[in-house]
Design a protein around this ligand. Structure first.
Ligand code: IPM
Ligand code: MG
Length: 369
C-alpha cells in the first residue's frame, strides 16, 4: 500500500525554518519507527505570490485537496502589506480553509510544567492548564456577504457580515461535543447572544444538539466577552470551548498566551471525512510568520512540531506516536533547552537555535525507544 501523503507548505517568515525541524522529525519516524509518509512541498502565502503572483495556485490547491494531510508553516510579512486584499498572503490560507471546508479548528492551550513560571499570570493559575478551543473556521464574519468598502453619500463604509446557518453551527458543535467526550466531558459555548441574532441562533442550536445527542456532556454558555475575562481570571474552569470564527481567533490568542508562549501551540483544522475515512485536515502552528526574527535561527519550532503530532493523532490514528513526540518536547523543556522566546526578558539563560531545538527533540525521541 502506498504511504499516506503529506503536503508541506512552509510559507513565509519563520515558516521555512521551523518546517526544516519538522522534517528532521518526520525523518526520524521514518527511519526509527517505520512510519513513512509520501512528503511533497509547495508554496503558499507571500512565497507563492513572489513566484506566481498569487498566494495559492490552483495546482497547489488541488494537491492540498488530494493530500492525506497538509502541514503549513506561516504566511505573511510586512513586504506584502501594500498588496491588494485579494492577493495578500493570508488569502492563500483562507482559501485552503474554505475550499477544503475545514470547519473545525482545534486549538489546544496547554501549559507545560517547565514553563508555568513563564506565563504572565501567576503559576498557580496556569500550572497544569489543558484546554481546547474549537473555533468555527469557514463561516461567520470572515466570509459572510455582503462585504467590501462602499461609498454612501460623501463617505465610504466598510462592511462585513456575520452569518451562520443552523447546519454550520451544528457540525462544529458536534465536533466539539465529540472532543469533550474524549476529554473531561465538559463544553462551554461562547457567543454574544445578548447583542447578535447569529449568537441567539448559535446558542439555540448548540443547546438542542447537547440535549438530544450529548446529554452526558455538561454544557454551559457564556458571552464571549465574559469568556475572555474568565480565561484570564481562572482558565482551569474550562475544558473544551466552542465558538465562532472571529471570537475563536481572538480567544485562542488569549488562551495561547496563558501558556507562556505563542511559539508553543499547534492547531488542527478538520473537515468532513474523505473516502478513506480520514478527515480533510490542515495542521499549522498558531503563531504567525514573525518576520522580525525570520532567518536568524531564533524561531521556536515547537508549535510546528506539535502540529505534526496532532497530524499523527487526528489524521493517521497514531495517538501513541503523537504522545511519544509530545513527551519528547516535554522532556526537552524539562531539561532547560530554550529558544529565545522561552527566556524572559532580563533573565539569564543561553538560548539554543531553531536547529538545536529540533536536534534536541530528535535526541529525546531517540531516548524514548
Ligand atoms: C489565525 C490567524 C489568521 C486568522 C490570519 C493569518 C488570516 O490570525 O489563524 O488565527 O485570522 O484566522
Ligand atoms: Mg489569529
Amino acid at each position: 500500500m502506498a504511504n499516506p501523503s503529506l503536503l508541506i507548505l512552509p510559507g513565509d517568515g519563520i515558516g521555512p525554518e521551523v518546517m526544516t525541524e519538522v522534517r528532521k522529525i518526520i525523518g526520524w519516524f521514518d527511519s526509527r519507527r517505520g512510519i513513512a509518509f509520501d512528503v511533497s512541498e509547495g508554496l503558499v502565502g507571500g512565497a507563492a505570490y513572489d513566484a506566481h503572483g498569487t498566494p495559492l495556485t490552483d495546482e497547489t490547491m488541488e494537491r492540498a485537496q488530494a493530500a492525506d494531510a497538509v502541514l503549513l508553516g506561516a504566511v505573511g510579512g510586512p513586504k506584502y502589506d501594500v498588496l491588494d486584499f485579494s492577493v495578500k498572503p493570508e488569502r492563500g490560507l483562507l482559501r485552503l480553509r474554505k475550499e477544503m471546508d475545514l470547519f473545525a479548528n482545534l486549538r489546544p492551550a496547554q501549559c507545560f510544567d517547565a514553563l508555568a513560571d513563564f506565563s504572565s499570570l501567576k503559576p498557580e493559575v496556569v500550572a497544569g492548564l489543558d484546554i481546547m478551543i474549537v473555533r468555527e473556521l469557514t463561516g461567520g464574519v470572515y466570509f459572510g456577504e455582503p462585504r467590501g468598502i462602499f461609498t454612501e453619500g460623501n463617505e465610504r463604509v466598510g462592511i462585513n457580515t456575520q452569518r451562520y446557518s443552523e447546519s454550520e453551527i451544528a457540525r462544529v458543535a458536534r465536533a466539539a461535543f465529540e472532543l469533550a467526550r474524549k476529554r473531561g466531558n465538559k463544553l462551554c459555548s461562547m457567543e454574544k447572544a445578548n447583542v447578535m441574532e447569529s449568537g441567539v441562533l448559535w446558542r439555540e442550536v448548540v443547546q438542542k444538539i447537547g440535549d438530544e445527542e450529548y446529554p452526558d456532556v455538561a454544557l454551559s454558555h457564556m458571552y464571549a466577552d465574559n469568556g475572555a475575562m474568565q480565561l484570564v481570571r481562572w482558565p482551569k474552569q474550562f475544558d473544551v470551548i466552542v465558538t465562532d470564527n472571529l471570537f475563536g481567533d481572538i480567544l485562542s490568542d488569549c488562551a495561547a498566551m496563558l501558556t507562556g508562549s505563542l511559539g508553543m501551540l499547534p492547531s488542527a483544522s478538520l473537515g468532513a471525512p474523505m473516502a478513506n475515512g480520514r478527515p480533510k485536515a490542515l495542521y499549522e502552528p498558531v503563531h504567525g510568520s514573525a518576520p522580525d526574527i525570520a532567518g536568524q535561527g531564533k524561531a521556536n519550532p515547537i508549535a510546528c512540531v506539535l502540529s505534526f503530532a496532532m497530524a499523527l493523532r487526528y489524521s493517521f490514528d497514531l495517538g501513541d506516536e503523537a504522545t511519544r513526540l509530545e513527551s519528547a518536547v516535554q522532556s526537552v523543556l524539562a531539561d532547560g533547552v530554550r529558544t529565545p522566546d522561552l527566556i524572559p526578558t532580563g533573565q539569564p539563560g543561553t538560548p539554543v537555535t531553531t536547529a538545536q531545538m529540533g536536534d534536541a527533540i530528535v535526541a529525546a525521541l531517540e531516548a524514548s525507544l
